[in-house]
Ligand binder design. Structure first.
Ligand SMILES: Nc1ncnc2c1ncn2[C@@H]1O[C@H](COP(=O)(O)OP(=O)(O)O)[C@@H](O)[C@H]1O
Ligand SMILES: [Mg+2]
Length: 228
């Protein structure tokens, strides 16, 4: 197997109200291609910050990240945006669909950013896969939370990401809807051969991935394979 993500001595500081706050300290780990990894830990332990740095949404204060063989170190926002579009999909807890675009248009965004043509059939096929073929012209406000997250999943997979980041993807959904969303993410992940890195509060859910990384106070304190 080959490594798709290498994180070495990663650190992140924020300056707020004139004070320097270190929210990640010396985080080191790597992830094999096509594997599924959960990140768990208390609120404020740095999970979202870590995921955002790995996906190139933000810049590290120190250390290094290599994503699919490309170093993110020192890249500016434009360069990181290109890498994100080329290699990653991201699913947020609060869906983050663009409210002025329909479901179909939201799914088309990553494809159009790539400058691809004739992408509607692909986007419609993805909406069909997530069970929303008949809602393609609906706006986010016309969809339930679970439906919005399914659109977000279709969007995240639209550019055939090598690696999918999901930050508490079921955190705003009821139990039944959560299970449906998780099955969808796991199934698409397997079908498309994507690597999955998922933050969750739910230990039962974490145990369904092959490996659990536990964080506390901005550091990793355990990193174990799950035996099932
Ligand atoms: N933009 C920011 N400016 C200042 N502090 C931040 C910022 N983003 C996050 N933090 C702080 O970093 C710490 C880790 O946050 P986060 O990564 O969101 O944790 P988690 O996802 O584990 O709940 C928290 O103490 C949070 O308040
Ligand atoms: Mg978080």
């Amino acid at each position: 197997m080959s490594t798709i993500l290498s994180v070495y001595n990663l650190g992140k500081n924020y300056v707020s109200a004139g004070r320097n706050l270190t929210v990640l300290h010396d985080v080191t780990f790597s992830v094999e291609e096509r594997s599924m990894v959960s990140i768990v830990g208390p609120s404020g332990s740095g999970k979202t910050t870590l995921l955002g740095l790995c996906a190139g949404l933000d810049r590290a204060s120190k250390g290094s990240i290599e994503l699919n063989g490309v170093s993110l170190n020192g890249l500016n926002e434009d360069a990181r945006a290109r890498i994100r579009n080329q290699y990653t999909g991201f699913i947020f807890q609060n869906f983050q669909l663009l409210p002025t675009l329909t479901a179909l248009e939201n799914v088309l965004v990553p494809l159009e950013l790539r400058g691809l043509k004739n992408v509607r059939p692909k986007a419609l096929d993805l909406l069909d896969k997530v069970g929303l073929a008949d809602r393609s012209h609906h706006y986010p406000v016309q969809l339930s939370g679970g439906e919005q997250q399914r659109v977000a999943i279709a969007r995240a997979f639209s550019n055939d990401p090598r690696i999918l980041f999901a930050d508490e993807p079921t955190g705003n959904l009821d139990t039944t809807t959560s299970e449906r969303i998780i099955r969808l993410i796991f199934d698409l992940n397997r079908e498309m051969g994507t690597t999955l890195i998922m933050v969750t509060h739910d230990m039962e859910l974490a145990a369904r991935t092959g490996r659990v990384i536990r964080m506390r106070g901005g550091s990793i304190y355990s990193d174990e394979p799950m035996v099932s």
